[in-house]
Write a protein that binds this ligand. Structure first.
Ligand SMILES: [Zn+2]
Length: 418
């Protein structure tokens, strides 16, 4: 028995067309009008079918922090957001820094994930920056290597890790942050911090380390991807590195494209790392998206408990959830406002991740049926109580958006349905 999805506007072959999709035995058997007996049929007239989105930067918190999120709740939230593939960051307990430790995570994924989850291996033991992790031992399971949550402070360590990753045919995915420049800051060192007496994180703390890494990439030839860039200087450095022919890519997150420091309120849901920057940074990031300097939009979905996020700007933990709001926020703020096309958004949420990381989905005959269905006319206010994620802290709470996920399939199996 198969599924016949009829009359939707489908993103296939890099364009949108109104057609039918037939799915059987987990596979897309046909894209085009046809008649199939013995199938469950859905009429998706007025709806869109996208290839399932890929998020290369999420925190699923398992193993180690099950009170914040689990692989089960995190991947259900992802399916609810239209995602069928995610890459899970390694700031876990135990940190996946050895074969044994990454296998603990892999087992939990096999048991509980409802979508595809690709774990990162850590760059250094315990993400402590002192000793290189067992990259060889993890290579079979790790999608790439990252110490996300922290920058690798030591230049020699980063150089050695790049050489090792390169020898394994793997990418370094870097959270760039120079600890010597932080000075106890917790929101952007800009207008809002000054007006309200908060300690700020300067932009240099991010772009200085990107600048260092780009030198090391030039030296080592390692394939390199920068996490969640937030400053205009970062955009310019990466733009130049690409012009220079380096094998460099990067991501930003929806909140950096839509909000800036003057949108901050005195609540933990406006606190994340890197912080919401200046308006000029936000506009530079949008330019970076338009001209292809920024390759992918990742959410940096980072759930914490209610208590951890309820201590105001200074004392709440850093990190906000995002996987259930990314598409509607980006569609509403970028596509509906004619800043980018819906085709471009497909590049940012799916196509480029496939090119860079070699993971994700396509709507094409013979491909596994990883798809998501959206109603782009559905208008609603973002309500964290409706999230499947255990994390509820988002700067987009109460925001009016368009675009609701109606159904998500992974390997032809319905994993979310409204
Ligand atoms: Zn990070």
């Amino acid at each position: 028995m198969g599924y016949l999805l009829k009359n939707a506007t489908v993103f296939t072959d890099n364009e949108f067309k109104k057609t039918d999709i037939f799915i059987e035995d987990n596979i897309i058997v046909s894209v085009g009008a046809g008649c199939y007996n013995d199938s469950v049929s859905f009429d998706f007239n007025n709806l869109f079918i996208f290839p399932g989105f890929t998020d290369v930067h999420v925190h699923l918190r398992e193993p180690g922090f099950l009170y914040k999120e689990t692989i089960k709740t995190g991947t259900m939230a992802a399916a609810h957001g239209g995602y069928t593939s995610v890459c899970a960051m390694p700031n876990l307990k135990p940190v996946p820094d050895s074969r044994e430790n990454i296998l603990e995570e892999v087992k939990a994924i096999e048991n509980d994930a409802v979508i595809h989850v690709y774990p990162y291996g850590a760059i250094t033991v315990g993400e402590q920056g002192r000793e290189m992790a067992d990259l060889d031992g993890m290579a079979e399971y790790a999608v790439a290597f990252s110490d996300d949550g922290k920058g690798v402070q030591n230049d020699d360590m980063m150089r050695a890790a790049m050489l090792k990753a390169k020898s394994l045919g793997k990418m370094i995915v870097a959270h760039c942050e120079d600890n010597t420049l932080l000075n106890g800051g917790y929101i952007h060192k800009g207008k809002y911090a000054e007006l309200h007496g908060h300690k700020g994180i300067c932009s240099e703390s991010e772009w200085k380390q990107i600048e260092r890494d780009l030198k090391l990439v030039k030296e080592t030839g390692c394939k390199y991807h920068v996490c969640h860039i937030s400053t205009k200087e970062s955009v310019e450095l990466i733009r130049q590195a690409k012009k220079d022919g380096l094998d460099v890519t990067c991501e930003t997150a929806p909140h950096y494209l839509v909000l800036d420091d003057m949108d901050i309120q005195e609540e933990g849901r406006f606190k994340m790392n890197p912080p919401l920057r200046d308006k000029s940074d936000r506009l530079a990031l949008i330019e970076g998206i338009k001209d292809g300097t920024i390759d992918v939009i990742a959410t940096d979905h980072a759930p914490h408990s209610k208590e951890e996020k309820s201590k105001g700007l200074k004392d709440s933990l850093m990190g906000v959830v995002g996987i259930e709001t990314a598409f509607p926020v980006l569609y509403t703020e970028l596509v509906e406002k004619n800043i980018i096309s819906l085709e471009k958004l497909m590049e940012l949420l799916n196509i480029n991740a496939r090119k860079i990381f070699g993971i994700g989905s396509e709507i094409k005959v013979g491909e596994k049926a990883d798809i998501t269905v959206f109603d782009l006319n559905a208008e609603y206010k973002i309500n964290p109580d409706e999230f499947l994620s255990m994390g509820k802290s988002t700067p987009f709470e109460g925001k009016s958006v368009k675009g609701k996920c109606v159904m998500t399939m992974v390997g032809g199996k319905i994993v979310w349905k409204a």
